[in-house]
Structures are given as structure tokens and as C-alpha cells.
Design a protein around this ligand. Structure first.
Ligand SMILES: Nc1nc2c(ncn2[C@@H]2O[C@H](COP(=O)(O)OP(=O)(O)OP(=O)(O)O)[C@@H](O)[C@H]2O)c(=O)[nH]1
Ligand SMILES: [Mg+2]
Length: 290
């Protein structure tokens, strides 16, 4: 059995991803309505223990948030670079968070991006449906609507409530506790014993190739024009400059991901300087917060 699992949490904007992560990990990072900075909000929740299993959660930014920014391409490139950085060690499980309700196009696109394209169905996926506080039991919604989700390969669909605050807080607190239990049990049951790595040593795909693939998939889903796709043999760095990402932002994206340093066209003795910078940046940037 696995001792340590990494779980990638994804889903639309405001569906409760951070609420789920907070409750599972017993932390209290800000939920909806907090201001968004230039950098992505992807966040790693340092491992917490569940009956001897160390669980690490990676809370992502909604795919669709990328196109709502003032400078879409820049934000999207940065967010994908950030996602890539957090994918370095691979994942044992994916959690798709959605609100119980009408099945949206966005839901299908998120699934397609993360499950089919980014991880190529190599990693099991759980669907956590929030907003089931008025169901008795909370799983009733899932029981009634299971058929609509046939097209997806979810290992399990879970009806939950992760709401907090307001005059119903006492009521919510007990539903959250119940939901936490249900989700953690399923994480233990379905997470792969060994994490699946998506790029880097042993996978046959470099960080740069992986970012190019992610970007092209994203561009396709977002309906971006063909000129915004990475071309064969084009480095990620020159691609970013070609599509008009300012140098400052391109450098920032590269810094997010020391693996991509090789693609900065540096003068000087071949390799040496690049390697030096890569090691330095690696030391500075690979740290994580709890
Ligand atoms: N009614 C209800 N509200 C919920 C539930 N789970 C979360 N919420 C509320 O939904 C709002 C958004 O929750 P977040 O956790 O910030 O959602 P998110 O997916 O992280 O949002 P972004 O990071 O902005 O994409 C908050 O006000 C939560 O309290 C739930 O099960 N039921
Ligand atoms: Mg969030």
C-alpha cells in the first residue's frame, strides 16, 4: 500500500476546490472572493496524515480563469508552467470538484483537459460533488443523477457539502465532517500505490515537450487561433516571445520551472552557464509552502 499520495484537485471556478482542500487538510486558506495576483494560485497543501497515509493535495486554478484575465495568453502560460512545476513528482489520484447541478460544457472540458489529455487516463479520478447539503443522505443526488455521468470514467462519485460560515455554520460543520470522511476513505481506496510521472526522467518526455503539449491542448479547448500553437521543434521560450508574451513574463514562466532553463538562449561557454543557473534556480524555486 502507498504511504504517500499526491492528489491533483481540479474543476471550474468557485465550485469549492479550496473548501474541499481546506477541510481535508484541516487548514484554512482563503476561499472565493480573495483578490487574484499576477501569479497563479495553484497551491500545495503540505502532507497531512490519514490513518498512516500521508496525503498531499495540489489545489489548482480553474482552466477557464485563464481566459478571464486582462492578458489571457500571459496568464495561461504562467498558470500552465505552474501546474507543470507541481506535476514534477507525478500524481496518484485526480479529484474533479463540481457543484451538484446541471452538467456544463466547462465540466466536460475540464475533464477532457486533465483526465484525457494531460494525464492520458493513467490516473484514477474521483468526482466530488459539492452543494449536496439539502439531500438526505448527501449521496441521494448522485444516486438520482449517475446516468448523466456515464460518458466519464469516474472511479467514484461522491455527494458532499463543504460549505462554511453564515447562520447555518453549525449544520454545515457536521456535514463537512461527514464529507471529509467519505472523501478521505475514497482517496485511500482509489489512489495508485505509485505516483504516475508525466514528464522527466524515465517518461520519454521532457518538461518543455510536456508544456508544449499542455499548451496546445489548452489552446485547442479555448478555441485559440492556430498561430497561437507551439510549432514542432520550437522552444517554449521562443514560442512565448513569438505570441507576444513580454520578456518579463516569459522569464517568470521559465523561472517557475527550472527544467526549462535550457531553452533560454544564453551566450557564453556552451552549457556551463546554463547549468549553473539551473542549479541555482532549482535550489531557490523548488521549495514549497505548507
Ligand atoms: N452551498 C455550498 N457552498 C459551498 C460548498 N462548498 C463550497 N461552497 C462555497 O462556495 C464558495 C467557493 O468556494 P471555494 O472553495 O473558494 O471554490 P474554489 O473552487 O476554490 O474557487 P476558485 O479558487 O475561485 O476557483 C465559498 O463561498 C464556499 O463556502 C457546498 O458544498 N455547498
Ligand atoms: Mg480556490
Amino acid at each position: 500500500m502507498a504511504e504517500h499520495v499526491r492528489v491533483l484537485v481540479f474543476g471550474g471556478t468557485g465550485v469549492g476546490k479550496t473548501s474541499v482542500c481546506n477541510e481535508l487538510a484541516g487548514r484554512s486558506r482563503p476561499t472565493a472572493n480573495d483578490a487574484q495576483g499576477v501569479t497563479s494560485k495553484t497551491h500545495i497543501y503540505g502532507a497531512f496524515d490519514y490513518h498512516g497515509l500521508a496525503i498531499e493535495l495540489i489545489d489548482t486554478v480553474g482552466l477557464h480563469e485563464a481566459d478571464s484575465g486582462t492578458v489571457p495568453a500571459e496568464n495561461a502560460v504562467l498558470q500552465l508552467a505552474e501546474l507543470l512545476k507541481h506535476s514534477r513528482e507525478g500524481f496518484n489520484l485526480l479529484i474533479h470538484v463540481a457543484k451538484a447541478g446541471r452538467l456544463t460544457k466547462q465540466h466536460q472540458e475540464d475533464y477532457d483537459f486533465f483526465v484525457n489529455r494531460m494525464t492520458e487516463r493513467k490516473i484514477p479520478t474521483l468526482l466530488v460533488l459539492t452543494g449536496c447539503e439539502n439531500e438526505r443522505p448527501m449521496s441521494a443526488w448522485v444516486d438520482r443523477n449517475r446516468d448523466h455521468y456515464r460518458q466519464f470514467q469516474y472511479r467514484e462519485m461522491l455527494g458532499t457539502c463543504f460549505a462554511s460560515g453564515g447562520s447555518l455554520e453549525n449544520h454545515f460543520a457536521s456535514l463537512r465532517e461527514e464529507s471529509r470522511d467519505v472523501v478521505l476513505k475514497q482517496i485511500r481506496n482509489t489512489a495508485l500505490p505509485k505516483s504516475v510521472r508525466l514528464y522527466g526522467e524515465g517518461t520519454g518526455i521532457t518538461a518543455s515537450e510536456f508544456l508544449a503539449k499542455l499548451w496546445n491542448n489548452f489552446a485547442e479547448l479555448a478555441g485559440l487561433p492556430a498561430k497561437l500553437r507551439v510549432k514542432t521543434n520550437e522552444s517554449v521560450y521562443s514560442f512565448m516571445k513569438r505570441i507576444g508574451v513580454p520578456k518579463k513574463i516569459a522569464d517568470l514562466a521559465i523561472q517557475h520551472l527550472p527544467d526549462l532553463i535550457d531553452y533560454i538562449p544564453l551566450p557564453g561557454p556552451k552549457g556551463l552557464i546554463k547549468r549553473g543557473i539551473k542549479i541555482l534556480l532549482g535550489k531557490i524555486l523548488v521549495g514549497r509552502d505548507a
